[in-house]
Design a protein around this ligand. Sequence first.
Ligand SMILES: Cc1cc2nc3c(=O)[nH]c(=O)nc-3n(C[C@H](O)[C@H](O)[C@H](O)COP(=O)(O)O)c2cc1C
Length: 216
Amino acid sequence: MTRLLFVQASPRGGQSQSNQVAETYLTALRAANPRLEVDMLPLWETDLPVFDGDKAAAKVNVMLGQEHNTAQKTAWGQIVEVANRFIAADRYLFAVPMWNSSIPYRLKHYIDVIHQPGLLWGLKPESGYFGLLENKHATLVMTSGAYSQAFPSPAFGVDHQSGYLRDWLNQAGVTAIDEVRFQPTMLTQDPAGDFERAKAAATKLAMAHGRVCAGE
Ligand SMILES: Cc1cc2nc3c(=O)[nH]c(=O)nc-3n(C[C@H](O)[C@H](O)[C@H](O)COP(=O)(O)O)c2cc1C
């Protein structure tokens, strides 16, 4: 059984174009693999623990191999609970709008909570970071209003959205990554047509992925 975690980074729910393109991908993936187990994670409707001083101290203590005090133990327990849900997935589907060249802060908050030593990554003084996640796959559905890979940058914006997500996932050990872009959503003569083309690309990708998942 393949388990997919659907991370929704837009607060716009059903109006969100990244969510809608990702939903199209998910519908096609489910059709190809009816046994797919889906865990929905709408980040703006999900309580995330505040990443406070106790959490930062707990993280550093794990890196240094030191004991946690009582407050840090509680803090680390909250981190592990959120991270374990992420770790339990085989596949990830991210729906992410560009916000100020980067990702919505709610997704950054989530990453700050789960991206932890001993859970998602390790660090060797001689060779650097290594990811602890294995055999995972991520699909990134990304939107932006003005930015497009086809337009001059920085005039139409700079892409710290896909680069950041890919670098983070790579550091955690997720290197199999595909993407669907609906960019730009606003600065186009044909927003409706581009939206349909993005959904068609999402369906095509899901059908290719579905063949892999169904062959489990
Ligand atoms: C707070 C905020 C910041 C944004 N920053 C950018 C940006 O830097 N570059 C850009 O091209 N679009 C930007 N946009 C536009 C959104 O990326 C665009 O409308 C996208 O389609 C929204 O996706 P959604 O429908 O999934 O929420 C921003 C939108 C908001 C609300």
